[in-house]
Structure formats: C-alpha cells, structure tokens
Design a protein around this ligand. Structure first.
Ligand code: SF4
Ligand code: SF4
Ligand code: FES
Length: 934
C-alpha cells in the first residue's frame, strides 16, 4: 500500500492502481466520464483532473488526469484545488456546447452521469451562443434507440462494444470535433451484449427501446434485487416496475458473477411478465372443454379432490424456484416426484452433479473464468446457452495482453497501453463444437464434430496430458496448452445432452491435477435453465418417462411451471387428470384439468441455483394481481385443502427453512430472512427511491385517496419509499443503487468495498457444493455408451443447437426478443446440402419432426451431421440421435415472428387471461400487455 495525501488527508491506497480508481474506492467524489471500472483508463475526457504537488513546499502543482496517474507512496494531490475544479467545470462547459438541453424529454434524465457531473462540477450557465452540432440517428434494432445529438465523445461505447465485447458493427466515424458513434448504416446491432450500451453510455445516446414505449423515470420505478431467469449463469438483475408493468431490467452488480454487464436475453427477455397470455385466474375445465373460473376456493377444492383420487405424480421444473420444486416434492413424496428435466437432460445433470461432488478441481465464478490462462470449450455453444460466460471468456482471451503489459511495466488499467503493446496476442482458447460459434474468431484452434466425437476428443486430451505425449493436432495442442497453464479452464454443459462430454471434461481436469501434482484446474459445467441445478439436486424417484407413463396409466399429475411439450413428444403426454401451475398459457396448461395462475419471478421471492451451485435469492418486485400467487403457495394451499399436514407455509422463509437440510443446508444463508433490519432504527429497505412520485395520482382512477402501502412480512423490503437503502446491508438486499449526487448507475462504487470488488455487505449467494479439496485423485471415467457409438451412415447425426434469443421458454414470450428470434433452421455442411440438392435459401425436410425448416450451410459442420436449433418457437422437439433429411422444393421461408406472437403455441385467446367464464379482467392502469403489444 502507498500513503497518498489527498487534500491534506493521508490515505492508504493500493500501489500501482490508478488514482481515480483508488480515490473512488475511498468514496471520494471525483468526476469522470471516459474511465470505466471494467475497461480501464484512456485519459480522453479530461474530467478527472486533479493537481499533483511535487512536495509539501510546492504550492502551485500541475494539472494531471487522475485516471492516468499511478498511485505512488508519498504522492500529494488535490481534488478540491481551485484550478482543478475550474478546469473540470470548463470541461463540462465545452461538452455542453453541443449537448442538447433536452433533459426533460431525455430518457437518461434523472439517472444521467452527464447531469450528475454537470451539477458536481458547478457548470450552470450557457455562454456559447453558436449553433449546436446535430446528427441523424440510426435504426439499431429492437433493443437500442439512438439519439446521437447527446453524445459527449467519451468513446466508452466503442471501447465497450468492440474492445470488451468483441462486436464489430459499431464504430466511431469522423474526425476532430465531428465524431459519430453508430453503425456504417442503419441495422440491428449484432452483438448479444449490445444492451449494455444503455448503461455504459454516460448520456442518453443509447436508450432502452422497449422501455421507451412504457417509459417511467428512474425515481418512479419500484425495484428489488433479482436473478435472471433465462439461463444457468445466474446474473444478478434489477427488474423495475410501475403500474403493475415490468418496465425494464438493469444490471445488478455482483463481484463474482456478472460484474457490470448482462446479455441481451437477460436485459430484454422479461417482457413475458406483461404478456397478454398470462394466466390470471384459477380455472377448472368444464365438461364442454371450456375453462371456468368459479373462484379460488372452488378450484383449490377441485385440486384437493383430485389429489385424493389415488396415484399422484408431481413434475417440477428447472425454471421454477427451488422452493416451488421443494414444495411439490413434499406434497407428492420423493418417490412420486420428477424434477421436470427431459430424461437425456436429467442424465446429463446427474453426471454434472456426480462430477461436482467428486471434486478435484475448482468450480469457477465468472471472475475466475476471466482469469484463466488457457480455455477449452468442449461441445457447448456458450454464446447461445450461457452468453455472459462467453463474455467472460472473451476477457480471459485478453489476459495474455495484461501479462505482457505487466512485464513491460505498463499498468493493467492503462487500456490503450495494454492494447497497443499486446496487439493481437491472445490467451489460447480451444473451441470444440458441432457448428460455428461466435467465439471461434478468438480461438487458437477449433475442432468440429457431433457431441459423441467431441466427447471422444475430450477423453483423448485427458489421455495426452497423462501420457505427456502431444500430437500435432487439436487434441495435442489443447492438451499441451492446458498442461502448461497455471489457471487452466474447461467449460462444457448440458446443451448437447451428452454426459460423455462432462465426463471427458472431468477427466481433463483430473489429468491436469495429476500432471500438476495437486494444482487444480477450473471446470464449469453449465446447465440449460436458471434452476436446472436446483431441480436436479432435489432429485426425485421418477424420470420424466416414468412420470408420463404413470400419467398415461391414469395417475393425477401436478405440473409446476413446466411446458411438457418442450421435453417429451406430444403422444406421450396425457394431461387429462392434471393440475397445472404456470404463469403463461402453453400447450400443457391448455390441456390441463385444473389450472392455477403462478407468479413470475418478478412477482415472488425464491431461489435459483446457478451453474456453480450458487444459491441466489430473487425478491418480489411487485405484488401480483387477480388470483396470481407463487406456485409454492398454491401447493401449500392444495395441501391444506386436502388435509395434509406439514406444508402449511405462509412465508417464503418457512419454505426455504424447511428445504435447508442435507445438500441444501447452506440455503438458509443465501440471504437474510424477513426479520432482517439494516439499521438501528429498525427500518425496512425501500423498494422505491425517496423521490418516488404520484402515489395518489397513479391510482386516481380507482380512488382519490392514497391507500396504505402493502406490508411485506415476507422480506426485509417495503413497498414504499420509506426506509433506508444505505448500501451497508448484505449485498443480496440492495434493491437499487443511488447515493447523493450520483443518480446514475455509476453510483455503484459507493456500494462496493472497493471499485470492482465485492459489494459492501458481501456478494450475494452461497455455494451448495463447495470446492472441497480431495486428498486422492478421483478415479477417471472410461469411454462408454454413446461416446463409442458409431453413427448409422444413412442418417444424419443430430447436433442440438441453441439460440440466445428465444431459445428458452420465457424469453420466447418476450416481444422484443421475438424480433431477434429466427424461424427454425437446420445447419448442414455445404457438401451435404449439395448432395441433398437443397436450393440456396431453401428448406430441408426432417422426417422425425414431420416438418421442414430453413436449411443453412456452414463449412464448420462435419459431413453427415446436421445442427438443428432447439427451443425457439416452432422448432419441434428432437428426441432421436439421428434423422432422415430431404430437400423440400416447396419450402417457403417464414417471416420473422411478430412482436406479440408466442410462436410455438397456438393462440389461446382469452382462455386464462381474464376471458374465462366468471373471471374479471385486471383493472390495473397501463395494461398488463402493453409491452407485449408494443
Ligand atoms: S455515444 Fe455515449 S458512450 Fe459513445 S462516445 Fe458518445 S457519449 Fe460516449
Ligand atoms: S440469460 Fe444468462 S447470461 Fe444472460 S443475463 Fe441472464 S443469466 Fe446472465
Ligand atoms: S476519466 Fe480521466 S480523462 Fe476521462
């Protein structure tokens, strides 16, 4: 540490850090624009000016940019010195010469870093009389709006988009004082991380387009800490609501998981919460097949009666909370419970859990992923399945440039210096996949094959590390690089439903351990959904095939938040005696006997378990309307109606507490319970900022009297602006970031122990399976089963492909995401396409799906393999390892999905969403389907 005197006070600051970073870590208010905690310093905006003095005798000093100063022992600087303060004020005045004074109509207003810096530096009078520079805006796709006149030329956007996220279609154009930031021409921003521009740009140039349509000022939004429900990475989010409408999702900083960034599926995938196909009333199917809504108690009675009819099975879900899955397991009994994963997925998750429990490696957080010095991605297209992890891998690939810079004496934060010195150097990344992936462009080498081939290659890599014999091919190069690495990382996952891939990856990790005499590799096994690990860890006595078999034999089923048509062929699913709990209409809900409206993640509190087995709590952002309730509460109510004991839970803490035993023992520590109070004054933590306005006006159409705010007795939060969000509370309980003078998301530094470090109260979540050091080397797996199977040469081997937009059930019901969701397609090697005589832009018939899809060609796909995209609307369900293909001369390429459509499912207009007999539609202003129709 170095002792640095700032404005007469000594501070212990980390040696070698830049002064801006170090000063902000001390909570000092030092203005800045171009510096970003994740992207370092370029020294271009000149706003972080301070005076540096040579010694105590030096009264004049010299102006320096704090973000470009290296902390050194004995330094003397001043932030407050008049010359520095005047300079900073002048910088803002220069920038404001061309900035439109349009704060009242700018969406950034009220959470704008430029506004904050203008106030902080004291610029208040416009002296420049000239005309302002103006620009034409561009169409950038369904996610991002563009208002270039507001640009202050800080270059953060291109540094983020190109240098950090690897995008290529956004750039800086022009020269001198006429700089344009956008695309070469109008068009959709291609990067799946483009949405972060909304938070990275310090002004209102890049705006959240879906949010624009239902805009609300930041101070009028109600929010709570939450977890993204769209994949197994478990990024932390701030969903925000007003008028019962989920308006937007912003990043919630987590020091070990998502840091400052989300993927666009996470940011824009939550509009399903507002969908007009929400199930809002409890219903019973009448004899004529139409749903009736006789009222909550009558429906509960009907559900309880079905429960008493005899054989009962419960099917949980990898997208439902741990508490809901647990409640269902308790209701039906372990032997009658199926976690709701498709059978091949359940096998893969079982392999993942066996491997994680065996240990002998480290399960990496995303921060750990960024630190890897060799990466092997084996048979998982992480850009589509776990996008935020792909962004972390991109940072790992830059790692070598930081090492080179260190050796050359260039500090890590010196962004331009690091890049200039490192040039095109990249940390070795090896990608083994069935088709092209978006991280191929940064890979040292790629290998292509079907999942079984890639698993075999993985076993060979492990053998090569053990044998210290490295061939001159992908296997040899990957083995040699991993064996020579200090922090090797292997990533695979459940996308291919191939347990052999996971076993091969484990073998590599264990071979590295033997090779390194105890040095542990990092091994990340991703899953397909937000709570796949939680559901799999709950286990159950039934596979999905067993459960469906019993349903066909007449068993009553309770299906919690699971559209079974996505996991098993329709002919295997008999739902005539089923009780279905879900938030959205689906083929499963449509076929049920009893339907109970489930709360979405934004309307309830619960826990998801991510790929690290990190249990993280998400909190209710707003209260649901109509009959909507958390599934665990419905299950508890069914139990009560049926006279069952032991499930009479009224609070989420009771369910979490009951579940916290065995492997789930750490669960109770994942977040504080309802009794937690952050201050001595015993105040709650407000979901609403202290300037939240219009509490009377927003309900004036119902009553001119402001109702008492609901009391939340399940969590430490309040549905009001009363209380304190000090930032000192545990990290899991931060509902938004704001501090005096810092109205934008830049205020997050005041919630961190140090800039870029853990939150003040610790980063949220607990690991359920810890990294337990093992004294003996785990026994490696041997090649078996499908890894050894020889394909039938007359058929095409299926490679399951994923799509980040619409590839999961919930984002597929989000209107803005649907605009980026392709129609179903298959990817073929060009030689195979030619052999089948598939016309350019034509279609290919897949016999096993009884449908034709768009045929795409990809040199990377091996001959005899076909990549078939799964999960997106209309994609069909592949259940066979091989398929018959034929060209479809009559194929007509479908148009893009419309914003309001839910492509995979037929229209169920009015079945549950207020149109059922006897049901009353929601009276909430703003309409629950505003975004869906937008
Ligand atoms: S568009 Fe925003 S982020 Fe990009 S240079 Fe302009 S102000 Fe900076
Ligand atoms: S979809 Fe996955 S990677 Fe993207 S924000 Fe959500 S959890 Fe993170
Ligand atoms: S933040 Fe230091 S020059 Fe921009």
């Amino acid at each position: 540490m170095a002792t640095v005197n700032i404005d007469g006070k000594d501070y212990d600051l980390p040696d070698g850090e830049n002064l801006l970073h170090a000063a902000l870590s001390q909570r000092l208010d030092l203005p800045y624009f171009c510096w970003h905690p994740a992207m370092g310093s370029v020294g271009s905006c000149r706003l972080c000016a301070v005076i540096q003095y040579a010694d105590e005798a030096d009264q004049r000093g010299r102006l320096q940019m704090a973000c470009m100063m290296t902390v050194q022992d004995g330094m003397r600087v001043s932030i407050e010195a008049a010359f520095a303060a005047d300079f900073r004020k002048q910088v803002v005045e220069w920038l404001m010469e061309h900035h439109p004074h349009d704060c009242p109509v700018c969406e950034e207003g009220g959470e704008c870093h430029l506004q904050d810096m203008t106030v902080m530096t004291g610029h208040s009078m416009r002296r420049y009389p000239g005309a302002k520079r103006t620009w034409q805006n561009q169409y950038l796709g369904p996610f991002i709006g563009h208002e270039m006149n507001r640009c202050i030329t800080c270059y953060r956007c291109v540094r983020y988009y190109r240098d950090y996220a690897g995008g290529t279609d956004l750039d800086a154009f022009g020269s001198r004082s006429r700089m344009f930031f956008g695309r070469e021409e109008d068009g959709v921003l291609e990067s799946e991380f483009a949405g972060n521009l909304v938070e990275v740009c310090p002004t209102g140039v890049f705006t959240d387009k879906p949010f624009s349509k239902v805009y609300t000022r930041k101070w009028d939004l109600q929010s709570a800490p939450s977890i993204c429900p769209h994949c197994s990475v478990g990024c932390n989010t701030f969903p925000a609501e007003r008028y019962g409408v989920l308006k937007r999702v912003h990043n919630r900083y987590h020091g070990a998981v998502n840091g400052y960034f989300l993927c666009d599926r996470g940011r824009y995938g939550s509009h399903f919460v507002n969908h007009d196909k929400r199930i809002r009333q409890a219903g019973i199917r009448a004899d004529d097949g139409v749903f009736e809504a006789p009222g909550r108690d009558a429906v509960l009675g009907a559900a309880a009666e079905r429960l008493s009819l005899g054989d009962v099975v419960g099917i949980g879900s990898p997208r439902a909370s741990l508490e809901t899955n647990y409640a269902l397991r308790q209701l039906v009994g372990q032997e009658n419970f199926c976690p709701g994963l498709a059978d091949d997925e359940a096998d893969t998750m079982a392999a993942a859990l066996d491997i994680y429990r065996a240990g002998g490696f480290r399960i990496p957080s995303l921060t750990d992923v960024e630190s890897a010095d060799v990466v092997l991605v084996l048979g998982e297209d992480i850009s589509n399945t776990s996008a935020r992890m792909a962004l972390a891998v991109r940072q790992a690939v830059r790692g070598v440039t930081f090492e080179m810079a260190r050796d050359a004496g260039i500090p890590e934060w010196q962004d331009a210096g690091v890049r200039g010195h490192g040039q095109a150097a990249m940390t070795p990344l090896f990608v083994a996949s069935a088709a092209s992936t978006r991280i191929d462009e940064i890979a040292a080498d790629t290998l292509r094959g079907a999942a079984a081939d890639l698993a075999r290659a993985g076993f060979e890599i492990a053998d090569a590390i053990d044998a210290h014999g490295f061939t001159d091919d992908f296997v040899g190069a990957a083995a040699q690089a991993l064996a020579g690495a200090a922090r090797p990382l292997i990533i695979t996952g459940a996308e291919a439903r191939e347990p052999g891939l996971l076993r091969a990856a484990a073998n590599i990790a264990w071979a590295l351990r033997r090779h390194g005499r105890g040095r542990e590799a990092m091994l990340a096994l991703t899953a397909t959904e937000a709570n796949s690990y939680g559901a799999a860890m709950l286990g159950g006595g039934l596979s999905l095939a067993d459960a469906l078999g019993r349903m066909r034999d007449g068993a009553t089923s309770i299906v919690a938040e699971n559209d079974l048509s996505r996991r098993a062929p329709a002919e295997q699913i008999d739902l005539t005696k089923s009780i279905v709990l879900d938030a959205l209409e689906s083929p499963t809900a449509e076929a049920a006997a009893v339907v109970l409206p489930a709360a979405t993640y934004a309307e309830q509190t619960g826990t998801f378990v991510n790929y690290e087995t990190r249990a993280q709590r998400f909190y209710q952002v707003f209260e649901p309307t109509d009959d909507v309730a958390p599934s665990w509460r419905w299950l508890s109510a069914i139990a009560e109606s049926a006279g069952r004991d032991g499930l009479d839970w009224s609070h989420i803490d009771e369910v979490t507490g009951a579940a916290s035993s065995g492997v789930f023992t750490p669960l109770k520590d994942s977040a504080p319970g309802a009794a937690f109070r952050a201050t001595a004054a015993e105040t709650r933590i407000p979901r609403q900022p202290h300037r939240y306005s219009g509490r009377t006006a927003m309900r004036a159409h119902v009553s001119v009297h402001e109702p008492k705010a609901s009391v939340d007795d399940e969590t430490p939060f309040a549905y009001s602006m009363e209380g304190q969000n000090t930032g000192a509370q545990p990290g899991a309980l931060v509902p938004y970031v704001w501090t005096p003078g810092w109205n934008s998301n830049q205020s997050v530094f005041k919630f961190q122990q140090e800039v870029g470090g853990a939150l003040n109260g610790g980063d949220p979540g607990v690991r359920l399976i810890a990294d337990v050091p093992v004294s003996r080397d785990p026994e490696p797996f041997t090649l078996r089963g499908s890894e050894n199977a020889a394909p039938d040469e007359a058929m095409f081997v299926v490679a399951r492909l994923s799509h980040v937009f619409g590839g999961d059930e919930l984002s597929a019901a989000s209107a803005p995401i649907l605009e980026r969701t392709p129609a179903p397609y298959a990817v073929l090697n060009p030689a195979d396409a030619k052999r089948l005589q598939v016309a350019a832009g034509g279609g290919v018939r897949i016999d096993e799906l009884d449908m034709s899809v768009e045929a795409r060609e990809d040199d990377a796909v091996p001959a005899g393999v076909v990549g078939i995209v799964q999960g997106i609307p209309g994609a069909g369900l592949i259940t066979t390892a091989t398929v018959n293909l034929a060209a479809d001369a009559d194929f007509v390429r479908p148009g893009a999905f419309s914003g309001g459509a839910r492509g995979a499912s037929p229209s169920h207009e009015g079945a549950f969403s207020g149109g059922a007999r006897g049901a009353s539609p929601s009276q909430e202003p703003g309409g629950s389907d505003v975004i869906a129709r937008g």
